[in-house]
Design a protein around this ligand. Sequence first.
Ligand SMILES: Cc1cc2nc3c(=O)[nH]c(=O)nc-3n(C[C@H](O)[C@H](O)[C@H](O)COP(=O)(O)OP(=O)(O)OC[C@H]3O[C@@H](n4cnc5c(N)ncnc54)[C@H](O)[C@@H]3O)c2cc1C
Length: 397
Amino acid sequence: MAPVHDSYDVVIVGGAIYGSSVAWWLTQMAGFTGRILVVERDPSYERAGTSLTNSCIRQQFSNKANISVSQFGAEFIRNFRDFMGGDPEVPALTLQSYGYLYLADTPEFAQDLKDSQKVQASLGAGTRYMTAAEIAADYPFYQLDDILGANHNLVNEGYFDGGTMFDWFKRMARKNGVEYLTDEVVAMTCTRTRVERVMLKSGAEVACDVVVNASGTRGALTARMANLDIPIEPRRRYTYIFDAAHPLDRDLPLTIDPSGVHMRTDGRYYLAGGPPDEDPAVDFDDFDADHSLWEAKFWPIIANRIPQFEEIKLINMWVGHYDYNTLDQNAIVGPHPEMSNFMFVNGFSGHGLQQSPALGRGLAERIAYGEYRSLDLTPFAVDRVLSGEKFLEKAVI
Ligand SMILES: Cc1cc2nc3c(=O)[nH]c(=O)nc-3n(C[C@H](O)[C@H](O)[C@H](O)COP(=O)(O)OP(=O)(O)OC[C@H]3O[C@@H](n4cnc5c(N)ncnc54)[C@H](O)[C@@H]3O)c2cc1C
């Protein structure tokens, strides 16, 4: 299939949750009537971060911008059908609020949690700091010998169905006139300040007013096509689903062990995940798994923290890639200061799914009106990458 038109107001590179969120939000911007093309190289989305995600949302960040972005994420999930125009065909999304439990094993880490709790509470989040005794009273199954305390929040924090959200962003974008094309963006022609044309693997090419880089782990490759650099690389993350011979008598919050391994309730099973011990950049298409890691690393950590999980059976596992921002593990959003019609929405490093409603809306506002109207997203601007100044966020999982 070829593009229907020779030129588009907005060409979006990548059609997963970000490409589709930005596309759908653009169709919601009053007065914006631009023509939108989404180019996606793999419409199965088999290896997209969007498909291999753990699909959780939290208020527990240390940076106000990230907290506000996730708060809108929760509002969007809770009012999904209304946001989608009230169509009775749109399903209601649930948010299973079993919370995150961020465990601290050093006084410094405990102090960080207390500081973050204050920031979160100042924005209305329900986070509370718990002592080890309080954790033991609410969740008697943890081994807490090395734990000083934790932050926990049972409001708007837990699992949501990101797959359904993605599906409806895409469906409604299409319904509202967005064109989806199966092809790959391979090059761009640019002046010193603008991208003028986008070239596709099929040989087709289109003119564009704005280009959106929604290419996930390939974000740096897409930026290079416009002679720009961003510090994004694919990093392997393991996910395991397991069954327990002796299930817990209550939901397991998404528990972040000080080792970096996390685990949570997953329906009648449990989910655990984390990085390998060595965490280099990997090839975009390398999804090979080191199968020894389950017994060598993950299971011992899980069973140490929850002795009831001594007897567990692995049901499933997969490797996904984080779109890892090596500068500061946070999103890069908005235009490049010199290549002003090249828009980034990249580098989410493990918390991108929950941010897709707010960052998609913000970028659509920036494109349609030249400014952020709902939430100020300037803290995510690429300018910080150019100056080397990090976006400070302590809670990266
Ligand atoms: C294991 C794992 C667990 C996670 N857990 C969570 C979580 O609990 N909560 C949370 O909020 N986030 C989580 N995330 C992060 C979140 O899933 C991602 O940040 C988000 O899905 C990224 O979406 P995206 O649209 O930017 O990229 P992707 O989903 O990776 O999609 C990018 C798309 O661009 C396409 N593309 C790339 N280059 C081109 C090109 N040149 N031409 C055409 N198409 C192109 C690709 O084919 C792909 O479909 C997790 C991620 C992983 C891997």
